[in-house]
Design a protein around this ligand. Structure first.
Ligand code: FES
Length: 108
């Protein structure tokens, strides 16, 4: 148990976090990628890797964000928590990344 009043921090390798609702993803049962078989978090991670931007944005699946759109997946960037996306099935992952974090969609 730490004796100080300050909780230690660690430098993260990424600059932003995108939270994707896992419950929305399970309800859609895929819906993204070329054949529509992958979930949104998977295709976003793949697009970031392809663009060489994995350090720019960390994609994590979270529980229900409370908006629960029909036939879409809720996603939000920690940098802009007031702008929640309801990503429709089949959306282009680069378009989603551009809206979540424009720097993450930029190819270096
Ligand atoms: S189930 Fe995804 S926001 Fe509620």
């Amino acid at each position: 148990m730490p004796t100080d009043d300050i909780i230690p921090t660690t430098q993260a390798p990424w600059r932003d976090i995108a939270m994707v609702c896992g419950k929305c993803s399970r309800k859609l049962k895929g819906g993204f990628g070329k054949k529509g078989k992958h979930d949104l978090a998977e295709v976003l991670k793949g697009a970031l890797k392809e663009a060489g931007q994995r350090r720019q944005l960390r994609v994590v699946e979270v529980g229900c964000l409370g908006l629960c759109p029909k036939r879409a997946v809720t996603a939000v960037s920690s940098a802009r928590p007031d702008q929640v996306l309801a990503v429709p099935k089949g959306s282009d992952p680069m378009l989603v990344l551009t809206q979540l974090n424009p720097a993450a969609a930029a190819v270096p």
